[in-house]
Design a protein around this ligand. Structure first.
Ligand code: HEM
Length: 125
């Protein structure tokens, strides 16, 4: 199961903490970071951790706590263009490289993240 291969909830938590650390500090991600203006990043991280748990085949924490993810609808308030999507993926790639997730799995996960990120684009440049 993917959930186990990424190190279970502990692996997910580390990955997402790293992801948001990169997003909030790396100038190459500043437009993506800007979409989070006024949000509590701890809360954003918490939601993403819960979501990934279920998405990777672990406990359906997001569904049980917040209901159906409806990712496109929930991202509608935030302007997401190609730039923001690419930066999100850049942060995730860096965070995965920093993790202990096996390289082949990183590639597989990146492909899946790419598909979701593309679906979330709601703004034309
Ligand atoms: C394409 C670039 C993306 C941008 C700019 C973006 C931005 C955001 C922002 C600003 C929030 C609100 C955070 C908050 O309420 O604290 C959010 C929430 C969330 N994002 Fe993204 N996101 C992107 C891609 C993704 C992807 C690829 C996934 C899943 C693989 C994802 C999963 C989530 C989840 C689960 C939430 C919480 C939704 C909620 O309960 O309101 N996002 N995102």
């Amino acid at each position: 199961m993917l959930y186990d291969k990424v190190g279970g909830q502990e692996g997910i938590d580390k990955l997402i903490d790293q992801f948001y650390l990169i997003m909030s500090s790396d100038p190459s991600a500043k437009e993506c970071y800007a979409t989070h203006a006024g949000r509590d990043l701890q809360e954003s991280a918490h939601k993403l951790k819960f979501f990934l748990s279920g998405w990777l085949g672990g406990p359906q924490l997001y569904l049980e706590t917040f209901g159906h993810p409806r990712l496109r609808m929930r991202h509608n308030p935030f302007p997401i263009g190609v730039v923001e999507a690419e930066q999100w993926l850049y942060c995730m790639k860096k965070a995965m490289e920093h993790s202990e997730i096996p390289e082949d799995l990183q590639t597989q996960l990146f492909d899946s993240f790419l598909q979701v990120a593309q679906m979330l684009i709601n703004k034309r440049e």
